[in-house]
Design a binder for this molecule. Structure first.
Ligand code: LER
Ligand code: MN
Length: 280
């Protein structure tokens, strides 16, 4: 099982970006804890020193399985479904600007670009059908731009308290059918699944090959093992689909980032030997 953890490369209010602040120190800590990779939350690629970031990541021998983009919404209000066409266009261009960034990391499999809250919400005065049309158009355009680089886009079903668009895996799968791009799939997050899915394991089975990336947090969004989710059963279902990607920790820095990260890796590594040999 390959494990990664979320690190924010720019200041962000998002609380479950486990590591924030000093990049070098955080990467050193993540590597020393035994993580294989780091998931980078990048609000705007043009505001960061990508050469330095890439150098540090290589220095710490970490893979980058995915790039989070949600802070473009969280800090700037960009979204695919804003009634203002200029904001929708800016959101699309922002996601496209992540394509060359994702292509820099991992020759084996480039980083996936996460479509989280940048999809937006159904804003007051906007009709749901209209919002879905804008969303599908934006996703088609971004998937097409990413395709020649071998980059995949992973849309994350997010719980109802954060968005009104795509809360569960079934809605995500329906959207995949409508976008109809082979490089457009899902990111499933156990924290959101615990709120929205009728049965987490069944939803994982249904999503199958469309699972491009996977976030883990416990029921209370603490590190896996800090709440009451059954990660043995959840991960068994995940690997039974043939999933070969990373299991990526995205949880609150509780009681602090380093302790949570350590407890997560202990809990997940203790479970791993019982999972199907060869799949992990
Ligand atoms: C991002 O991966 C996520 O899970 C959301 O809760 C962001 O708000
Ligand atoms: Mn998530």
């Amino acid at each position: 099982m390959k494990l990664s953890i979320v690190l924010s490369t720019q200041p962000a209010q998002f609380q479950a970006a486990t590591f924030k602040g000093d990049l070098d120190a955080n990467l050193a800590r993540i590597a020393s804890l035994g993580y294989d990779g780091v998931e980078l939350a990048i609000r705007d690629p043009k505001l960061i020193d990508l050469d330095k970031l890439e150098r540090l990541i290589r220095q710490h021998k970490l893979a980058v399985p995915a790039i989070g983009t949600g802070q473009a919404w969280g800090e700037e209000g960009l979204s695919f479904t804003d009634p203002d066409p200029a904001i929708r266009r800016a959101a699309i261009e922002r996601i496209k600007s992540h394509v060359p960034v994702a292509a820099r990391f991992n020759a084996e499999r480039p980083a996936a670009i996460i479509i989280g809250l940048v999809r937006g919400i159904v804003k007051p005065g906007v009709d749901y059908v209209q919002a879905m049309d804008w969303l599908i158009g934006a996703l088609r355009e971004c998937s097409l731009a990413a395709e020649p680089f071998g980059i995949r886009l992973a849309l994350e079903p997010i719980n109802r308290y954060e968005t009104t668009l795509i809360n569960n895996a079934a809605q995500g799968l329906e959207l995949i059918g409508r976008v109809a791009a082979r490089n457009f799939g899902l990111l499933l997050d156990t924290f959101h699944m615990n709120i929205e899915e009728p049965n987490i394991q069944d939803s994982i089975r249904q999503a199958g090959d469309w699972i491009f990336h996977f976030h883990v947090a416990d029921s209370n969004r603490w590190y896996p093992g800090g709440g009451h989710l059954d990660f043995r059963s959840i991960l068994t279902a995940l690997f039974a689909t043939g999933y070969t990607g990373f299991v990526s920790g995205e949880f609150l820095p509780m009681p602090d980032a380093a302790t949570g990260a350590q407890k997560a890796i202990e809990h997940l590594r203790a479970i791993a030997p019982s999972l199907t040999q060869g799949k992990i």
